[in-house]
Unconditional design. Structure first.
Length: 101
């Protein structure tokens, strides 16, 4: 009865293949997803269509909501409807006034 045992070169090849798969697996796992561009850079082309508000606008029952998936679609819809895009955000602690009247 003859038993085949892997030769040293077979073990080296197997080790290299396993190493490549191990490296690829952990590289993908630890690699952060693509860096998101800063928000200001994203909205820069549309700054003429955007107004900034301190509070979100009040909505009435007659308000129509249009769902879009990209800022390009939002800008196109704003242009077609001749309405601005309203940008609201919570102020950062450093942006709040030191006193209030």
């Amino acid at each position: 009865m003859s038993v085949y045992i892997c030769s040293e070169t077979d073990r080296i090849r197997l080790g290299k293949v396993a190493g490549v798969f191990f490296s690829a697996f952990f590289y993908r796992k630890t690699k952060s997803s693509a860096e998101k561009p800063p928000f200001k850079k994203i909205i820069a082309p549309y700054k003429d269509l955007i107004i900034e508000a301190q509070e979100p606008p009040k909505t009435t029952p007659e308000t129509t909501i249009i769902n879009v998936t990209t800022i390009k679609e939002l800008a196109r819809t704003a242009e077609i409807l001749a309405r601005p895009m309203i940008f609201t955000r919570k102020p950062q602690p450093s942006e709040q006034p030191a006193f209030s009247a």
